[in-house]
Design a binder for this molecule. Structure first.
Ligand SMILES: C[S@@+](CC[C@H](N)C(=O)[O-])C[C@H]1O[C@@H](n2cnc3c(N)ncnc32)[C@H](O)[C@@H]1O
Length: 213
Protein backbone atom coordinates (compact mmCIF):
# COMPACT_ATOMS: atom_id res chain seq x y z
CA UNK A 1 0.00 0.00 0.00
CA UNK A 2 1.66 3.31 -1.09
CA UNK A 3 1.76 6.49 1.00
CA UNK A 4 -1.68 8.10 0.88
CA UNK A 5 -0.64 11.78 0.72
CA UNK A 6 2.59 13.38 -0.53
CA UNK A 7 3.52 17.00 0.13
CA UNK A 8 5.60 19.23 -2.14
CA UNK A 9 9.32 19.30 -1.32
CA UNK A 10 10.56 21.95 1.07
CA UNK A 11 14.09 23.35 1.47
CA UNK A 12 15.73 22.12 -1.72
CA UNK A 13 19.54 22.32 -1.33
CA UNK A 14 21.79 23.68 -4.06
CA UNK A 15 24.63 21.21 -3.29
CA UNK A 16 24.53 17.44 -3.86
CA UNK A 17 24.28 14.97 -0.96
CA UNK A 18 27.41 13.07 0.15
CA UNK A 19 28.25 9.93 -1.83
CA UNK A 20 27.95 7.08 0.66
CA UNK A 21 27.62 4.19 -1.82
CA UNK A 22 24.36 3.56 -0.04
CA UNK A 23 22.96 0.80 -2.23
CA UNK A 24 25.90 -1.51 -1.48
CA UNK A 25 26.75 -0.13 1.98
CA UNK A 26 27.13 -2.83 4.63
CA UNK A 27 24.39 -1.11 6.67
CA UNK A 28 21.95 -1.32 3.72
CA UNK A 29 22.69 -5.01 3.28
CA UNK A 30 22.25 -5.57 7.01
CA UNK A 31 19.00 -3.58 7.01
CA UNK A 32 17.58 -5.77 4.26
CA UNK A 33 18.59 -8.87 6.19
CA UNK A 34 16.85 -7.81 9.42
CA UNK A 35 13.76 -6.73 7.50
CA UNK A 36 13.61 -10.16 5.92
CA UNK A 37 14.27 -11.87 9.24
CA UNK A 38 13.75 -9.72 12.35
CA UNK A 39 15.11 -12.60 14.44
CA UNK A 40 18.51 -12.47 12.72
CA UNK A 41 20.36 -11.56 15.95
CA UNK A 42 23.79 -11.86 14.34
CA UNK A 43 22.99 -9.10 11.84
CA UNK A 44 21.42 -6.87 14.50
CA UNK A 45 24.64 -7.24 16.49
CA UNK A 46 26.70 -6.42 13.38
CA UNK A 47 24.66 -3.23 12.88
CA UNK A 48 25.15 -2.15 16.48
CA UNK A 49 28.91 -2.74 16.25
CA UNK A 50 29.16 -0.85 12.94
CA UNK A 51 27.79 2.31 14.56
CA UNK A 52 29.66 1.79 17.81
CA UNK A 53 32.85 1.98 15.75
CA UNK A 54 31.67 5.18 14.03
CA UNK A 55 30.57 6.91 17.26
CA UNK A 56 33.81 8.87 17.96
CA UNK A 57 33.60 10.65 14.57
CA UNK A 58 29.82 10.76 14.20
CA UNK A 59 29.11 14.31 15.37
CA UNK A 60 32.01 15.79 13.41
CA UNK A 61 30.70 14.14 10.22
CA UNK A 62 27.01 14.84 10.79
CA UNK A 63 27.36 18.54 11.56
CA UNK A 64 29.18 19.05 8.27
CA UNK A 65 26.16 17.80 6.30
CA UNK A 66 23.85 20.64 5.33
CA UNK A 67 20.14 19.91 5.72
CA UNK A 68 20.96 16.82 7.76
CA UNK A 69 17.83 16.92 9.95
CA UNK A 70 15.58 18.93 7.60
CA UNK A 71 13.18 16.00 7.21
CA UNK A 72 12.59 15.85 10.96
CA UNK A 73 11.69 19.54 11.05
CA UNK A 74 9.39 19.11 8.03
CA UNK A 75 7.68 15.95 9.30
CA UNK A 76 7.12 17.38 12.78
CA UNK A 77 5.01 20.13 11.23
CA UNK A 78 2.43 17.46 10.42
CA UNK A 79 2.46 15.54 13.71
CA UNK A 80 -0.38 15.95 16.19
CA UNK A 81 0.52 17.46 19.58
CA UNK A 82 1.65 14.85 22.12
CA UNK A 83 2.60 14.70 25.79
CA UNK A 84 5.99 13.09 25.21
CA UNK A 85 8.19 11.90 22.39
CA UNK A 86 10.45 8.89 21.94
CA UNK A 87 13.38 8.90 19.53
CA UNK A 88 15.06 5.71 18.39
CA UNK A 89 18.61 5.40 17.10
CA UNK A 90 19.30 8.99 18.19
CA UNK A 91 23.06 8.68 17.65
CA UNK A 92 24.75 11.84 18.88
CA UNK A 93 21.56 13.85 18.90
CA UNK A 94 21.27 15.68 15.57
CA UNK A 95 17.48 15.15 15.45
CA UNK A 96 17.19 15.24 19.25
CA UNK A 97 18.10 18.91 19.23
CA UNK A 98 15.06 19.62 17.05
CA UNK A 99 12.78 17.38 19.11
CA UNK A 100 13.86 19.17 22.29
CA UNK A 101 12.55 22.43 20.83
CA UNK A 102 9.05 21.03 20.27
CA UNK A 103 8.23 21.32 23.98
CA UNK A 104 7.15 17.98 25.48
CA UNK A 105 9.70 15.73 27.23
CA UNK A 106 11.82 13.57 24.91
CA UNK A 107 13.24 10.13 25.63
CA UNK A 108 16.08 9.72 23.15
CA UNK A 109 17.32 6.15 22.81
CA UNK A 110 20.14 4.33 21.09
CA UNK A 111 21.61 0.87 21.47
CA UNK A 112 25.14 2.31 21.64
CA UNK A 113 26.22 4.12 24.79
CA UNK A 114 29.19 5.37 22.76
CA UNK A 115 26.72 7.39 20.66
CA UNK A 116 24.70 8.64 23.64
CA UNK A 117 27.78 9.96 25.41
CA UNK A 118 28.46 12.16 22.36
CA UNK A 119 24.95 13.67 22.46
CA UNK A 120 24.38 17.15 23.92
CA UNK A 121 22.70 17.74 27.27
CA UNK A 122 19.34 19.32 26.40
CA UNK A 123 16.42 20.56 28.48
CA UNK A 124 13.51 18.05 28.67
CA UNK A 125 15.64 15.26 27.10
CA UNK A 126 16.52 11.98 28.83
CA UNK A 127 18.97 9.72 27.00
CA UNK A 128 18.36 6.00 27.50
CA UNK A 129 20.38 3.07 26.15
CA UNK A 130 17.83 0.79 24.46
CA UNK A 131 17.65 -1.64 21.58
CA UNK A 132 14.85 -0.85 19.10
CA UNK A 133 13.79 -4.49 19.41
CA UNK A 134 13.16 -4.17 23.15
CA UNK A 135 12.04 -0.66 23.95
CA UNK A 136 11.50 0.02 27.67
CA UNK A 137 7.89 1.16 27.22
CA UNK A 138 4.52 -0.42 27.92
CA UNK A 139 2.27 -1.73 25.12
CA UNK A 140 0.47 1.08 23.30
CA UNK A 141 2.01 3.77 25.53
CA UNK A 142 4.12 5.85 23.11
CA UNK A 143 2.27 8.74 21.41
CA UNK A 144 5.02 9.76 18.95
CA UNK A 145 8.02 7.73 17.84
CA UNK A 146 10.62 9.54 15.73
CA UNK A 147 13.77 8.40 14.01
CA UNK A 148 16.32 9.95 11.67
CA UNK A 149 18.36 7.40 9.73
CA UNK A 150 17.40 4.72 12.24
CA UNK A 151 16.95 0.97 12.15
CA UNK A 152 13.29 -0.13 12.27
CA UNK A 153 11.69 -3.02 14.10
CA UNK A 154 8.08 -3.04 12.93
CA UNK A 155 7.02 -5.65 15.47
CA UNK A 156 8.16 -3.40 18.29
CA UNK A 157 6.51 -0.36 16.70
CA UNK A 158 3.24 -2.27 16.59
CA UNK A 159 3.62 -3.11 20.27
CA UNK A 160 4.45 0.32 21.73
CA UNK A 161 2.34 2.48 19.40
CA UNK A 162 -1.37 2.14 20.22
CA UNK A 163 -4.34 3.52 18.32
CA UNK A 164 -3.59 7.19 17.61
CA UNK A 165 0.14 6.57 18.00
CA UNK A 166 2.35 8.27 15.43
CA UNK A 167 5.54 7.11 13.72
CA UNK A 168 7.74 9.74 12.05
CA UNK A 169 10.41 7.97 9.99
CA UNK A 170 13.01 10.26 8.39
CA UNK A 171 16.20 10.01 6.37
CA UNK A 172 18.80 12.65 5.60
CA UNK A 173 19.64 11.63 2.03
CA UNK A 174 16.69 9.57 0.75
CA UNK A 175 17.99 6.69 -1.39
CA UNK A 176 21.53 7.93 -0.70
CA UNK A 177 21.09 6.99 2.97
CA UNK A 178 22.67 3.63 3.86
CA UNK A 179 19.83 2.76 6.28
CA UNK A 180 17.14 3.66 3.76
CA UNK A 181 13.56 2.51 3.59
CA UNK A 182 11.44 4.42 1.05
CA UNK A 183 8.27 5.92 2.57
CA UNK A 184 6.09 3.71 0.34
CA UNK A 185 7.83 0.68 1.74
CA UNK A 186 7.39 1.89 5.33
CA UNK A 187 3.67 2.32 4.59
CA UNK A 188 3.57 -1.14 3.11
CA UNK A 189 5.30 -2.72 6.08
CA UNK A 190 2.95 -1.02 8.52
CA UNK A 191 -0.10 -2.32 6.67
CA UNK A 192 -3.71 -1.19 6.36
CA UNK A 193 -4.23 -0.07 9.97
CA UNK A 194 -2.26 3.15 9.45
CA UNK A 195 -2.85 6.42 7.62
CA UNK A 196 0.25 7.85 5.99
CA UNK A 197 1.54 11.14 4.65
CA UNK A 198 5.03 11.91 3.40
CA UNK A 199 7.29 14.52 1.91
CA UNK A 200 10.79 15.52 0.86
CA UNK A 201 13.01 18.02 2.64
CA UNK A 202 16.65 18.78 2.03
CA UNK A 203 18.08 15.65 0.42
CA UNK A 204 15.86 13.26 2.33
CA UNK A 205 12.32 12.12 2.85
CA UNK A 206 9.98 11.56 5.75
CA UNK A 207 6.80 9.63 6.40
CA UNK A 208 4.33 10.20 9.19
CA UNK A 209 2.08 7.23 9.94
CA UNK A 210 -0.82 7.28 12.39
CA UNK A 211 -2.29 4.08 13.74
CA UNK A 212 -6.03 3.90 13.24
CA UNK A 213 -6.81 0.41 14.57
C1 LIG B 1 22.79 5.97 10.86
S1 LIG B 1 22.92 6.14 12.59
C2 LIG B 1 21.77 7.47 12.86
C3 LIG B 1 22.08 8.28 14.08
C4 LIG B 1 21.32 9.59 14.18
N1 LIG B 1 19.91 9.39 14.28
C5 LIG B 1 21.65 10.46 13.00
O1 LIG B 1 20.85 10.54 12.06
O2 LIG B 1 22.74 11.04 13.03
C6 LIG B 1 22.00 4.73 13.15
C7 LIG B 1 21.88 4.69 14.66
O3 LIG B 1 21.14 3.51 15.01
C8 LIG B 1 21.73 2.95 16.16
N2 LIG B 1 21.37 1.53 16.22
C9 LIG B 1 21.93 0.48 15.57
N3 LIG B 1 21.32 -0.66 15.93
C10 LIG B 1 20.36 -0.31 16.82
C11 LIG B 1 19.40 -1.05 17.56
N4 LIG B 1 19.31 -2.39 17.48
N5 LIG B 1 18.58 -0.39 18.38
C12 LIG B 1 18.66 0.97 18.51
N6 LIG B 1 19.55 1.72 17.84
C13 LIG B 1 20.39 1.08 17.00
C14 LIG B 1 23.21 3.20 15.99
O4 LIG B 1 23.94 3.14 17.19
C15 LIG B 1 23.21 4.60 15.37
O5 LIG B 1 23.31 5.59 16.36
Amino acid sequence: MPVQLWYDPVEIPDAPPPELNASTHRSRLALERVLADPDDDKTWEELAVTYDEMAPEWTEWAVEQPWYAATVAAGLQHARPVEWIVEIGCGTGQATELLARVGPPVVATDVNVSMLTGAPALPHVAYVAADVRRMPFRDGSVPLLVSLNGVPDFREFGRILGVGGQLLWCTSFGPGTPLYLPPDRVADMLGPDWTTEAGHAGHGDWILAVRTR
